[in-house]
Design a protein around this ligand. Structure first.
Ligand code: DX5
Ligand code: ZN
Length: 217
């Protein structure tokens, strides 16, 4: 494990949208480090979640950095807008961009963090050409599109391969995991080399969110 400090990102997809402000505050008070904001376009993934207008609200009230995960075809169309609305970082999918390198450059041009993500079926090698251009790699540990799915243990070798490739290049880049992360799966992904843990249903369904966050760290 390279990075000793674990960052916990609460996925707002599992928040109560009628109480979004309260849930952003709850996540901060429970010890989460980031808010994870899942944007889905109904094309790259089957679901449609939320976009700019909701990000504007969260950007206004959030006490934590907003980690935007774009499950959107050609996300380059929205980067400027989402950065202006308060994204601290934007992660795009390697499968969703015609020009990955230009998209990552366009994120950095907004003065925010850039991340690259890959679906479960996409091999680690697909993002190796981009390792020098990102602050974070997001390994999907479920099929993107829905919260509450079971963690895919066969993604662990992929996390290890990406951490090894980063080490080889002398890079201390963050590795984020997303999908099915709970008190049981957290240690598996951390041991494999992930240091940013997204969690939605586990955190928001917990009776004691602080204890749930502590169990991920
Ligand atoms: C799924 C999203 C996730 C989702 C994770 O496509 O990217 O961020 O909210 O939810 P859990 O933690 O419930 O698996
Ligand atoms: Zn996500």
């Amino acid at each position: 494990m390279n990075n000793t400090k674990t960052i916990v990102a609460a996925s707002l997809l599992s928040a109560d949208f009628a109480e979004l402000g309260r849930d952003c505050k709850r996540a901060a008070e429970a010890g989460c480090d980031w808010l994870h904001f899942d944007i889905m376009d109904g094309l790259f993934v089957p679901s449609i979640s939320f976009g700019g207008p909701v990000l504007k609200t969260v950007g206004r009230i959030a006490e934590l950095p907003i980690d935007v995960h774009m499950m959107v075809t050609e996300p380059v169309r929205y980067l400027e807008r989402y950065a202006a609305l308060g994204a601290a970082g934007i992660t795009v999918h390697v499968e969703a961009c015609e020009d990955v390198s230009a998209t990552l450059k366009a994120i950095h041009a907004q003065g925010i963090r850039a991340g690259i993500s890959l679906k479960p079926a996409t091999p680690a090698e697909a993002i190796f050409p981009n390792l020098d251009d990102v602050d974070m790699v997001l390994v999907m540990t479920v099929e993107p599109g829905f919260g509450g799915q079971a963690f895919m243990p066969d993604m662990l070798p992929k996390i290890r391969a990406i951490r090894a490739a980063l080490d080889e290049r002398g890079l201390d880049t963050d590795i984020e995991v997303d999908g099915g992360i709970n008190g049981e799966t957290a240690h598996l992904v951390r041991e494999a080399g992930a240091n940013v843990l997204v969690s939605g249903s586990y955190l928001f369904a917990a009776e004691d969110m602080s204890a749930a966050v502590a169990s991920l760290k």
